[in-house]
Design a binder for this molecule. Structure first.
Ligand SMILES: [Zn+2]
Length: 318
């Protein structure tokens, strides 16, 4: 007798995980705590699962839109008890490289900030290698526009998803600060360009010295500084090397949005656009989408060539 092998369709667009495990050590942006991170391969349909391995009984928290419990300053996921803070840059790297399945073992409550962008995570994940798995990659295809909106006049902010065969993002910020207004405040990024690692991943988080002082007095941003953020006083950027992109601020908002949206558990096929949105509103947008089963469907591609541009030649798989 022989066991029937699962049918494998070599032409389908397949799920991806890591080839081998990889580790990093850093500090949490808000806690300032030293933290060890181990990224490990996971079986098809596992999704992205954070594991608090510092607890006496390790706790697993699977990433999904409802697990996001706090969106002040950073995105936190929780299973009710254990938490993991500041997941968005690592999630953005996973979205950018098209990783479907991954275990993230972590020895503290916060993902290390590393250089404040997702470039270090991209490097780590690519160094570990990315492999195809014997399971179709599943997408959430948006079929109806979904929008969330808040405030009016100068307080207005909104975010929306529109049907699109592919994945693209447009973000506009409105910062009344000399160092920001002199740079681009609006950026569009088409994931189909294949340029995530080059065009988006290096954009760092940013902050103002006056906010940093206020946050520190509240026990926040304890690990933050010129090594992992763009820091500005009232008129200028304080980092000696300046900006990595001319429009680094708004590009970081695209980086964050990609991470915030990837917590839905599958890549989106949609056009995302936003004005002054942030972690909280991006999560509200996902919840608004999930509350509207008529506005999306789950799809996969049995023929890779039918998938939208960008998803077929993600990160090199070897
Ligand atoms: Zn960020």
């Amino acid at each position: 007798m022989f066991r029937r092998a699962e049918t494998y369709n070599p032409r389908m667009l397949a799920q991806r995980t890591l080839k081998s495990l990889t580790k990093a050590v850093g500090v949490g942006l808000h806690s300032g705590q030293r933290v060890e991170l181990t990224l490990r391969p996971a079986a098809p349909d596992t999704g992205i699962v954070f594991r608090r391995v510092d607890l006496s009984v390790p706790v697993e928290i699977k990433v999904n839109a409802e697990a996001v419990s706090d969106t002040r300053l950073a995105s936190t996921i929780s299973n009710g008890g254990a938490k993991v803070h500041t997941i968005e840059h690592l999630m953005s790297a996973c979205a950018g490289l098209g990783l479907d399945n991954l275990y993230v073992d972590i020895t503290a409550e916060e993902v290390p900030i590393l250089d404040g962008s997702s470039a270090s995570f991209v490097y780590l994940l690519q160094s570990a290698g990315i492999v195809m798995q014997n399971a179709p990659k599943r997408f959430i295809r948006v079929t109806q526009p979904v929008e969330v909106r808040e405030g009016e006049g100068r307080g207005l902010k909104w975010a929306r998803l529109d049907p699109f065969h592919g994945y693209k993002l447009a973000f506009e910020i409105e910062f009344d600060h000399p160092a920001v207004t002199s740079t681009g405040q609006r950026v569009e990024f088409d994931f189909g360009s294949g340029q995530y690692a080059r065009e988006i991943a290096r954009a760092r988080t940013f902050g103002f010295t006056r906010d940093v002082e206020m946050m520190r007095s509240n026990g926040l941003a304890m690990g933050g500084g010129l090594d992992n953020a763009i820091v500005m006083d009232d008129v200028k950027v304080l980092n000696a090397d300046g900006l990595r992109y001319q429009d680094e601020f708004v590009k970081h908002k695209i980086l964050d949005a990609m991470g915030d949206l990837y917590v839905v558990g599958k890549p989106l096929l949609a056009a995302y656009s936003a004005f002054r949105s942030g972690h909280a509103m991006n999560n509200q947008l996902l919840r608004a989408l999930l509350a509207r089963p008529d506005a999306y469907e789950i799809v996969s591609f049995s023929q890779e060539r039918e998938a939208p541009r960008g998803f077929t030649q993600l990160a090199p798989a070897w």
